[in-house]
Design a protein around this ligand. Structure first.
Ligand code: C2E
Ligand code: CA
Ligand code: CA
Ligand code: CA
Length: 275
């Protein structure tokens, strides 16, 4: 048993080393990913659950690594944040997303994820203002998605930043709602336009009591505060039916479409409305 324990420990040690090596490799790779054209933007529709029409497309970053192939943004965004590269990559995403949206055949909105590091970057406001001007995209068509966890600390500074962003005319969506620890009281003081309910709640539909309770509470809060409410991760017709029953008016998920490369957006927007 002793030697087995030691063997297990060595195995554990080796996998820790492998994970650390992978992290170093990815971090180094990120430094050249932009110049080498390894990054690209995909877009996933948000759908009006009453009309079936696409209201917005969320920009999702993709990295094709020459050795590791597709690397998930959930893995590499935190590394880009640690190294500070997220600022440059984030500017590239903003420019690319606004340039694409300006060419879409329908005036649908574009959603862009902002990492915590970008949100705290003093240069964000001027970068965004300049990007909007260059793209010619009306600011009201841009929705910045900020997660609940980004907003947890020093709320005065956060609120000032959010108000400055809204001053440019862009909209603010609170992403992954329900995964953080914010109190409703705090949330009510945050100036935002949309709440995106985390997909862990939608996964519990139609059966789970907690999912139904959270979604119907957020929907009624949204209604009384005139906020849009989006359900993330809609994968099945049963979930869609339950969301409609709960009064939710916007959804996003594989049921409608996987994220698609920029070149496929025009075709997606020409499709008939979703049923
Ligand atoms: P997120 O902002 O919550 O984005 C939604 C994620 O859920 C995306 O994963 C999307 O592909 C996935 N998804 C959409 N519909 C479904 C569904 O029906 N079922 C399931 N299981 N998943 C679904 P993705 O693209 O891998 O991105 C993961 C996270 O990485 C994002 O979560 C976001 O936090 C971050 N991320 C992605 N692109 C960017 C970006 O351009 N900038 C920043 N700062 N973060 C990004
Ligand atoms: Ca998002
Ligand atoms: Ca989300
Ligand atoms: Ca997420």
């Amino acid at each position: 048993a002793k030697s087995g324990g030691r063997g297990t420990f060595r195995f554990f040690e080796r996998s820790m080393e492998a994970a650390a090596r992978r992290k170093q490799m990815l971090k180094a790779g990120l430094r050249t990913a932009l110049q080498r054209g390894e990054l690209s933007l995909h877009f996933q529709p948000l759908v009006d659950l009453r009309s079936g029409r696409v209201t917005c497309l969320e920009t999702l970053l993709r990295w094709h690594h020459p050795v590791h192939g597709h690397v998930s943004p959930a893995e590499f965004i935190p590394l880009a944040e640690e190294s500070g590269l997220i600022i440059r990559i984030g500017e590239w995403i903003l420019r690319g997303a606004c340039a694409e949206a300006a060419q879409w055949p329908e005036p649908v909105n574009v959603a862009i994820n902002l990492s915590a590091v970008q949100f705290r970057d003093p240069g964000l406001l001027s970068t965004l203002a300049e990007t909007l001007k260059l793209s010619g995209l009306p600011p009201g068509r841009v929705e910045l998605e900020i997660t609940e966890s980004t907003l947890l600390q020093d709320d005065q500074a956060n609120i000032a930043t959010l108000e400055a962003l809204r001053g440019l005319g862009v909209r603010i969506a609170l992403d992954d709602f329900g995964t953080g620890f914010s109190s409703l009281g705090y949330l009510l003081r945050i100036p935002f336009d949309k709440i995106k309910i985390d997909r862990s709640f939608i996964a519990g539909l139609p059966g789970r009591v907690e999912s139904n309770a959270v979604i119907s509470a957020v929907v009624s809060m949204g209604r009384s505060l005139s906020l849009s409410v989006t359900a993330e991760g809609v994968e099945s017709a049963e979930q869609l039916a339950a969301l409609r029953q709960l009064g939710c008016t916007e959804g996003q998920g594989y049921l409608f479409s996987r994220p698609v490369p920029a070149a496929k957006v025009a075709a997606l927007l020409r499709q008939p409305p979703f049923a």
